[in-house]
Design a protein around this ligand. Structure first.
Ligand SMILES: Cc1ncc(COP(=O)(O)O)c(C=O)c1O
Length: 463
């Protein structure tokens, strides 16, 4: 991307503090050009380290879903394996074998009827995994249409207006028409209501989100399945479901084991999750699994060399780190089902505590209560005040170190602003109490304003 100078970014060279520079080393470096001479590693380390120090404190970031804490042993493993390239299956056959073990573990967790007959792969995150799931839907639809001698030019994908931005990207990059079903006060998620109006013979699939990014709510996958059964009875259209379980895919198996959202639901052909969210791995880890091999068209699969033979791969990248896959396996071994259940339950206990207490503050009204994933959102109670908004509260909390985003809801509810908390492993009950105190004090402070605070233009929200 072209770099634009912003007013707050200094244009001059980087200064090297005299304490850091070694004798003979230059005391400044160009900021936007490669310097002519090398630098000692300790000096370079100090410069980068100091600049990165200005980033926020990840543990106080309640906006992100992405893992910010792992055991020291995981860190050791990471440091030992960060040179492994996932694509070099021949050079790193053990990492390749562990990758397969991991997606088979997820296939089993998600009740694939025969995990050994399913197929899956690791990715950089859910975004890549969603792209692969979407591409398989598109290619299967195209191949079926062509086999029937019909045009395959105008595919569409049906989803809630509250999908994560990756699905808009998918439709844009791969020329699929996005069909957004708006959410509303009555239909807070894609629940099958009025679905018939959105699907036709160009529909490659419906996306169902397990853990809507805006609010953390689960979409009722089985109910969607029933609505599609009804549509099939009426029209003959047989439409598959891809579940975007970016966060819920690693929560529901442990906290809601009886909820049928996965391959127990017959139309679910593929599922993705982010290993780096509730999979509890550092950033750079996603998974996608298809119920059975026939659902991933051969025409999308490439072969790489592996132990003197060929191994099928399906990925957008070629080279990418293999260490995260090993970290995922570390967590699977370390935690097992019971360990994951305990960690996710601890996060949910904190989230429910916060939701309940925030729900009792006069200024607020809960949108949901963290009973799905440990995430919840609230809005301002109508009539409470015109003098401040949730954006002001967000700014105020930021001054205290907390990142608690406020943002507009998607289409049809875009006039509504909500604020959201994502509770991840590492937000202890103690920290939650400190946060609650800061929220209560901030509301008290803001409520003292007798006139509206000046507003600023707000950008959209893409977490
Ligand atoms: C529902 C959903 N899908 C996809 C994504 C993208 O995931 P990733 O950040 O792992 O690429 C997110 C991220 O928040 C999400 O919430």
């Amino acid at each position: 991307m072209p770099h634009r100078h912003s007013a707050d970014e200094p244009a001059e060279d980087l200064n090297v503090n005299p304490l850091f520079a070694r004798p003979g080393e230059a005391r400044s470096r160009p900021r936007f050009r490669l310097g002519e001479q090398p630098m000692l590693p300790e000096t370079a380390y100090q410069l980068v380290h100091d600049e990165a120090m200005l980033d926020g404190n990840a543990r106080l970031n309640l906006a992100t879903f992405v893992g910010t804490w792992m055991d020291d042993e995981a860190k050791r493993l990471y440091a030992e394996t960060f040179d492994k390239n996932m694509i070099d299956k021949d050079e790193y056959p053990s990492t390749a074998a562990i990758e397969e073990r991991c997606w088979r573990i997820t296939a089993d967790l998600w009740h694939a009827p025969d995990p050994a007959a399913s197929i899956g792969c690791s990715t950089v995150g859910s975004s890549e995994a969603c792209m692969l799931g979407g591409l398989a839907l598109k290619r299967r639809w195209q191949e079926a249409r062509r086999a029937q001698g019909k045009s395959a030019d105008r595919p569409n994908l049906v989803m809630s207006s509250a999908v994560q931005v990756v699905w808009e990207k998918f439709c844009n990059y791969w020329e699929v028409e996005p069909r957004f079903v708006p959410i509303s006060e009555q239909h807070k998620t894609l629940d099958g209501f009025n679905l018939r109006a959105y699907v036709d013979d160009g529909t490659i699939g419906v996306v169902s989100i397990l853990g809507v990014t805006y609010t953390g709510m689960y979409e009722p996958v089985a109910q969607l399945n029933a609505a599609l059964d009804e549509i099939q009875r009426e029209t003959g259209l047989d439409i598959p479901i891809h579940v975007d379980g970016a966060s819920g895919g690693m929560v529901a198996p442990f906290l809601q084991p009886d909820l049928a959202w996965d391959f127990r639901v017959p139309r679910v052909v593929s599922i993705n999750t982010s290993g780096h969210k509730y999979g509890l791995v550092y950033p750079g880890m996603g998974w996608v699994v298809w119920r059975s091999r026939d659902l991933l068209p051969d025409s999308l699969v490439f072969k790489v060399s592996y132990l003197g033979g060929d191994m099928p791969t399906f990925a957008l990248n070629f080279s990418r780190p293999g260490a995260q896959v090993l970290l995922q396996y570390f967590q699977f071994l370390r935690l097992g089902r019971e360990g994951y259940r305990e960690v996710q339950q601890a996060s949910q206990d904190v989230a429910k505590f916060l939701a309940e207490r925030i729900g009792t503050i006069d200024a607020f009204e809960l949108w949901n209560d963290a009973s799905d994933i440990p995430v919840f959102a609230w809005r301002q109670a109508s009539g409470h005040t015109e003098n401040w908004t949730l954006y002001d509260l967000s700014d105020r909390l930021r001054q205290k170190g907390w990142l608690v985003p406020a943002y507009p809801m998607p289409d049809d509810l875009a006039d509504m602003t909500v604020q959201r908390i994502v509770v991840r492993n590492g937000l202890s009950m103690d920290l939650a109490r400190a946060l609650l105190k800061d929220i209560e004090e901030s509301v008290h402070y803001l409520d003292r304003f007798a006139q509206p605070l000046p507003g600023e233009a707000r950008s959209g929200f893409h977490h």
